[in-house]
Design a protein around this ligand. Sequence first.
Ligand code: SF4
Length: 220
Amino acid sequence: MLNGGAAFAALGQGSSAGTRLFALSGHVRRPGWYELEMSKVTFRDLIYDDSLGGGVREGRQLKAFIPGGVSAPWFFEEHLDMGLDQEAVGNAGSMLGSGSVVVMDENTCAVRAAWRISRFFHRESCGQCTPCREGSGWVDKILRRIEDGLGREEDIELLLDACDNIAPGLTWPPKQTTICVLGPSIPSSIVSGIHRFEDEFLLHVKEGGCPHPPDEVRHV
Ligand code: SF4
């Protein structure tokens, strides 16, 4: 404000001009709010720079990160050098969304992470639209039984089918089938988790429970 609009617009580039607040949370050494120049600062800078996130907690490896709130499809190691740029992130199949970046370390259980996010949507659904009201309940129950060791192999397909009934085609951005955007936001974490970590989902089924040791389970 002190420098004026032109100075603000000279920062960043294209449709991602200026600065923006990002809320960094999860398994980083220095979670917090950071005001950063759009496009020029990368996810790697945000997560690993000592003046920002400071790296993954306890020196662990990165497993995944959510680039813009729990409605956003997950990103992975290969996305770290992407700038905090709305267009680039959108073209890569996700969004900067709310500006909430959540880091998951290598010990995070992908099933539990997807379940906790789905449970949030189920709790928040106001119940007006069938895909959101019923779909959120279905995915919450299926994910919970997989995490609890009561899952079946066909549950992976069932989860994707339930998601497809919420937002047909499982495209990004998702098809809008409901009054507000909460409903079509439900599949993102589940589809991301299954596409990247299907083996981990199946291991829960085969081993009859979460393969992560109880004292090592880390979740968002
Ligand atoms: S999509 Fe929005 S309006 Fe429809 S049930 Fe879900 S929260 Fe309610």
